[in-house]
Design a protein around this ligand. Structure first.
Ligand SMILES: [Zn+2]
Length: 688
């Protein structure tokens, strides 16, 4: 019997639907052996459709080219999305191993499309006729999206320059991993082994225990081993009383891959040069210009203006933070010298003195089920949504819960919502939102979305329900904000739906939700003691708020330093940069609040921008904070649950996906561009 008859994916693709509620993914029927044949089936089908599109004798237009391409890969995308979602959330070793087959097939298919000249010729023809075609704004945006995706990949270049571009991409694809490998090796090369108990003074029990285990594992039984990995390094800097050892660790950490065996100086120079060359080939002045042309911030000038606006007040506040820390150190030690390796240590002590509360005090007010009801109630008050648990939607794990989302007033169906809250060995760390089906045109109709949030929260025990930390509550609200962006999407095409927006805009819907749990009015909805049912005490809420402003100036300066450094590397012709460290010192001088220590260097281990996706994009951390602080002020002015402001947020932000430039959407919501002062106000950095 041919395999196709047994594969639930392929069966559904032939019938054009899964036989489940709203055609939800039939997780209960999927087996390992279904993925690769279904993927092959999907790719083959997509290839045929794209071939038909290219062979179409009719002149290229929106429907026969753009929509044909937008819908060509639906089956393939379904398999891919299910696979990669499970890869993160519920991956047995066997499922993980399938990636060796699935990832190269996906990558090859993606580049096959990206390099298809005949396909691009039709897209270009549609793009050229935009002026005379009768398309709405969203359709125009979709055409532009496809056109830009191809041209940013070199589709417009001469054959000779296309070759150059491939050559650059090839080299860059090796240099990124080389950069991270060097950082990893430099990180692993350092070990501090001690047999003196006195060196451990101040460290928490758990950290000491882990250090003993690490030493034992490395063949030093009875000793303690510390290294530069976060779980060892960070608590050491925070708690170890021995200043000399803190200094040793700090210096080792901050000189990784700088003038050592795993030096990254030449790698940095090569990367920035290739990026610059690539941008120039594509007609942009610099790499930053290239990246930012597809961002809300738009230009390097705009980013620099933004960072500079935050700089002066942040610097004043950071200087105040340091002065406070110096005085505090003097009160304990008799001297006020604060070096970088002192900062975390004394901050921890000062914080404890100023805001004495810990996670354990808060947990009893945050029983998971009550917090979930609380976040649903926020969605009801703000956006008129109801969440009803439904039991007939197939799940990939018994911990998953599924909800049907409707509009309270009209009873209109909004979508399906999955939650998956507890850690498992088969799940990645962290928390994220994802979709099994995005809103928009799919299988011939505009469909409602299936959205999921996956977290790693404190599990219930035999005697206690799941009681969340305050951080976990914020994480839940954050991911729920992304989920609302996916669920409330109201567009025509999936490529422009929900969270498919510029990435310096995508954290607005999520981060804004965290604001409600910093307000008494928001917390009062759900924060009740799980045994006594007493509401959370006002003093505790006040402490949470104050503690969130602790050393905000200093931390703002750190982020600004990374932001300026990233922009400096990417917004000029790097051929003029002779020495990595001299260059770094010059451009970070303005953001320095603690003394510069010789032999250390940030760039050589700045993986975010040299090995991750953050080049000319580090600013977006601060950018997103400004957006959510500024947007939330609007709610605060009108009332935390003001339906009119909420309606605008839904109409112009949550429902619009990427159908318009985010700055235009934001202005429609707020009546003006975002104001950085909103963040300064929230962090207590104004008028210092
Ligand atoms: Zn997020």
């Amino acid at each position: 019997m041919p395999q196709t008859q047994k594969n639930p994916f392929i069966e559904a693709f032939e019938k054009r639907s899964f036989q489940t509620r709203d055609e939800a993914i039939p997780f209960d029927q999927l087996k390992l052996e279904h993925f690769v044949p279904a993927l092959d089936f999907g790719i083959e089908k997509a290839r045929k459709k794209i071939q038909q599109l290219k062979d179409n004798p009719a002149p290229a237009d929106f429907d026969n080219t753009i929509i044909a391409l937008e819908t060509a890969s639906e089956d393939y995308e379904t398999v891919q999305s299910v696979y990669f979602n499970l890869f993160s959330a519920e991956a047995s070793e066997e499922l993980q191993a399938l990636a060796k087959e699935i990832s190269p097939k996906s990558a090859a298919f993606a580049s096959e499309i990206a390099l298809d000249d005949k396909l691009f010729a039709r897209i270009k023809a549609v793009h050229e006729s935009l002026g005379t075609a009768n398309l709405n704004a969203e359709q125009v945006r979709l055409v532009e999206k496809y056109y830009k995706d191809f041209s940013r990949n070199g589709a417009l270049l001469s054959p000779e320059n296309k070759d150059k571009l491939r050559q650059i991409d090839q080299e860059l694809s090796l240099l990124g991993p080389q950069f991270s490998e060097n950082v990893l090796k430099a990180t692993n090369a350092f070990e501090l082994i001690t047999d003196r108990k006195a060196d451990l003074v101040g460290l928490p029990e758990g950290v000491i225990e882990a250090a003993a285990q690490d030493a034992e594992r490395k063949g030093h039984p009875g000793k303690w081993l510390f290294n530069l990995q976060a779980p060892s390094f960070l608590p050491f800097m925070q708690y170890a009383q021995n200043r000399e050892l803190r200094k040793k660790l700090w210096l080792a950490y901050n000189s990784r891959s700088f003038k050592d065996t795993f030096d990254n100086q030449e790698v940095v120079k090569k990367i920035v040069k290739l990026r610059h060359d690539r941008a120039q080939l594509l007609g942009f002045a610099t790499h930053a210009d290239f990246i930012l042309s597809e961002r809300m911030a738009q230009t390097p000038q705009q980013v620099m203006k933004f960072l500079t606006e935050l700089l002066t007040p942040s610097k004043k506040a950071a200087e105040r933070d340091i002065a406070e820390l110096r005085a505090f150190k003097k009160s304990i030690d008799g001297n006020d010298e604060v070096m970088p390796w002192d900062f975390a240590y004394y901050s921890e002590k000062l914080k404890e003195k100023k805001y004495k509360f810990n996670d354990e005090e808060l947990r009893p007010y945050f029983k998971l089920e009550t917090v979930v009801e609380g976040v649903f109630e926020h969605a009801r008050r703000l956006y008129g949504l109801t969440f009803k648990e439904v039991l007939d939607v197939p799940k990939y794990h018994p911990d998953v819960r599924t909800f049907e989302v409707r509009e309270e007033r009209t009873h209109n169906y909004i979508g399906l919502f999955y939650t998956d809250f507890f850690p498992r060995e088969t799940k990645k760390g962290g928390a994220w939102m994802t979709a099994y089906r995005e809103q928009g045109l799919f299988n011939g109709q505009v469909r409602r979305p299936h959205v999921s949030i996956v977290c790693n929260f404190t599990k219930p025990t035999a005697s206690k329900p799941s009681l969340l930390t305050y951080d976990e509550v914020q994480t839940l609200f954050h991911e729920f904000g992304h989920a609302l962006h996916g669920l409330l999407s109201q567009v025509s095409y999936r490529s422009l739906a929900g969270t498919n927006v510029y990435w310096d805009f995508v954290e607005l819907p999520s981060q804004i939700m965290e604001n409600w749990v910093k307000e008494k009015e928001g917390l009062d909805i759900f924060a009740r003691h799980y045994q006594s049912n007493q509401p959370i005490p006002v003093e505790l809420v006040e402490k949470i708020k104050k503690a969130s402003q602790f050393q905000a100036g200093y931390y703002s300066m750190r982020q600004l330093q990374f932001g300026f450094l990233d922009m400096a590397w990417h917004q000029q012709d790097p051929s003029t940069i002779a020495d990595v460290d001299t260059f770094e010192n010059k451009v970070t001088e303005v953001t320095r609040v603690l003394p510069k220590v010789g032999g250390t260097n940030v760039s050589c281990s700045f993986s975010h921008i040299f090995a991750g996706g953050y080049s000319a994009g580090y600013y977006s951390y601060k950018w997103a904070e400004v957006l959510d602080a500024d947007a939330f002020e609007y709610f605060k002015e009108a009332g935390l649950f003001d339906r009119e402001v909420a309606e605008k947020f839904k109409a112009f932000i949550l429902s619009r996906g990427g159908t318009e430039h985010p700055m235009e959407l934001y202005k429609k919501f707020r009546g003006r561009e975002p104001d950085p002062k909103a963040l300064l106000r929230r962090e207590g950095l104004m008028n210092i």
